[in-house]
Design a protein around this ligand. Sequence first.
Ligand SMILES: Cc1ncc(COP(=O)(O)O)c(C=O)c1O
Length: 414
Amino acid sequence: MLRALAERGGCAIVAGSIQSMDRIMSDKPRNFATRTIHAGEQHSVADNAIFPPIYTASSYIKRSLDDNPEYAYSRVGNPTRHAYESCVAALEEGVGAVACASGVNATATVLELLPKDAHVVVMNGVYGGTFRILEDYRSHTSGLTTTYVDLNDLQAVAAAIRPQTQLIWIESPTNPLLHLVDIKAVCDLARARGILTCIDNTFCSPWNQRPITLGVDLVMHSASKYIGGHSDLTGGVVVAANDALLARLRKISMAVGAIQGPFDCYLALRGLKTLDVRMERQCANALQVARFLESHPQIEQVYYPGLESHPQHDLCKRQMRAGGAVVAMKVKGGDRAALNRLVEALQIFVLADSLGGVESMINHSWSMSHNSLSPEQKGEMGIGENLLRLSVGIEDYRDLIEDLDCALRASAAV
Ligand SMILES: Cc1ncc(COP(=O)(O)O)c(C=O)c1O
């Protein structure tokens, strides 16, 4: 396989050597799908294994008092974690990454970079768990203050900036209404003022959007979603655009210790191997589903940046590869009883809190993902009780459309 790959790339290699794996990546710039399989240091950690082993050891043996091996203690460094971190960093086009216990822990790790009494400008309508860390915890524990604005309104962003502003927190697309942020415009403004930028790139994955190429300093993910891709792990990751930030993140990860365990790093790395094919199918399916819903008489509104009717469709085409695999919809007259009939009639879409897996899922934002917000807060964000979020999987889109069509009929028939 190595020889075949290398020959296609036009370079002669010594079959089977670890160096030859490195050469697949270093001789030429490789396309995304090739990088999902070979990028980073996946192949150099041990004994030619085509996939890195799961290193469960908490500690590593030193040969002498002067021995300073690369791995000494697993909280500080673990070869399985390193293989995963180096691959996800390469896919995001960053210099390195820190794998964390969950997506919210990745957010908390980024916030540890900030000094006491810092101020953060935050995109309106960010994920509820991000809002919770900022408002219920950091405001009390580190005096953090926040201003929420639509980051597309650059005048409002400039007006929100104070001398203590240290970070602009971007989420694009947002959960669940799929508002986009013009990432490059916000980063240009932040850089001119010496303010850090971080984006929650969970909904896109590095397949669909690579914010570091648009000027972002830090990219975070809930790896529990598209990176893992199989609804079988909980994890988070932060990718740094430069060595100084990476060094600070590694120090925080070592000091606080909320690292991703080796089994979950293995699953996440395995998930990355199929990211390209999964995302391609999921985004294509989502577009078909969104088009179907847009023309359905029972649907009040569809939210999907890949539709020409989405108000930010041009921005989507500029900064994303496709419209994504999440579609949100408001059901006409969708009271709780009608929505219950709909979700109970579905046979393929499963009612679940998460998203990003190979299986299609449906979520009632009001009572599930955004349940911790007050009705007023949900109203301000535009989250109505009749809103449903679909995470479109890799099934045949014709079956998905039929499933939704039958369930919508069942919900209307009383
Ligand atoms: C956009 C977004 N960011 C972060 C998170 C938090 O991730 P985790 O559940 O892995 O902690 C989620 C979880 O749903 C999310 O949707």
